[in-house]
Design a protein around this ligand. Structure first.
Ligand code: ASP
Length: 299
């Protein structure tokens, strides 16, 4: 069966979208070659999201945005479309790759979601890599928080109001067996209250995958995606309204806008391996590999 992979680096108003192209392309190619070699969709979405977390250009892992107290707290989730197993971590500090923690939570905790210190203790017990605070905090993020504070706003990473145009990350894939998987990771929104958790670690809101329909990863104002269960809504459109990928992605974003005037975007791969993206923001950073063709869309 032909493999498909799509990744995203956030949605918003990008001032210089081309800045992200090389990184998106390299990460897409790395994931696509693993899929072509027979790796599972689950392993490949975790691999791609971990690479996006390591890249300080994006708002996840290293280079995450700062909350109102100047801290980096990360959220991530992963879902296996074959078994509907899930793993998620929220409000965690110091874990180098939050998506790896989400993966371990899925595989070994017997739970779906761990938060805060308990999640960090679990990460240590699983011997995941930790980094010091200054690894996560970039100069750009410190300046971005100062600007958001001056304007008294909580900003989407790619918001026009902030200078740095960096974003939450995610990946969706279909492997050679036709299995689907999705993963999402974020530092949240600039100047968010300490303790705020967005949609990214909430299964059904920011992430969803089911072999019966599709795999979805979202980005945008998390509250809007939680209120509309947007990732699950998109998969519902595929499963119960028989929409193909493009139709379902567009219908889900229309639903987001109609219901809550929501801001953001999503990527989706359906069970036939068709990829799609849709967004209500001016732009979105994505790259896809489908039908043997790679394409980067940074707008
Ligand atoms: N969805 C993320 C959150 O609300 C932010 C983003 O996608 O940039 O935490």
């Amino acid at each position: 069966m032909a493999v498909s992979l799509m990744i995203h680096g956030g949605a918003g108003a990008m001032r210089d979208p081309h800045r992200y192209e090389a990184s998106l392309r390299a990460i897409l190619e790395s994931g696509a070659s693993l899929l072509a070699g027979g790796s599972s969709a689950l392993a490949v979405v975790a691999h791609c999201v971990a690479l996006l977390e390591d890249d300080p250009l994006f708002n996840a892992g290293r280079g995450s945005v700062l909350n109102a107290e100047g801290e980096v707290l990360c959220d991530a989730s992963i879902m296996d479309g074959r078994t509907l197993r899930v793993g998620a971590a929220a409000a965690i500090r110091g874990v180098r790759n939050p998506v790896r923690l989400a993966y371990e939570i899925m595989e070994r905790s017997g739970h779906a979601l761990l938060v805060g210190e308990g999640a960090q203790r679990f990460a240590r017990a699983r011997q995941l890599a930790f980094e010091r605070e200054d690894y996560f905090k970039t100069e750009e993020r410190i300046a971005q928080l100062a600007k958001a504070k001056r304007k008294r706003e909580t900003a989407l990473d790619h918001s026009e109001a902030t200078d740095a145009k960096l974003g939450t990350v995610g990946a969706v894939a279909r492997d050679r067996n036709g299995d689907l998987a999705a993963a999402t990771s974020t530092g949240g929104m600039t100047n968010q209250l300490a303790g705020r958790v967005g949609d990214s670690p909430i299964i059904g809101a920011g992430t969803f995958a089911d072999n019966a329909s599709c795999a979805v990863s979202c980005t945008g104002v998390g509250e809007d995606f939680i209120r509309t269960s947007l990732a699950r809504t998109a998969s519902f459109f595929v499963e119960f309204r028989s929409m193909h990928a493009e139709e379902a992605a567009r219908a889900a974003i229309r639903y987001l806008v109609d219901k809550v005037s929501g801001q953001g975007g999503l990527i989706l791969v359906d069970r036939q391996g068709r990829c799609a993206r849709a967004h209500s923001t001016p732009g979105m950073l994505t790259a896809q590999f489908a039908g043997g063709v790679a394409r980067v869309d940074a707008t």
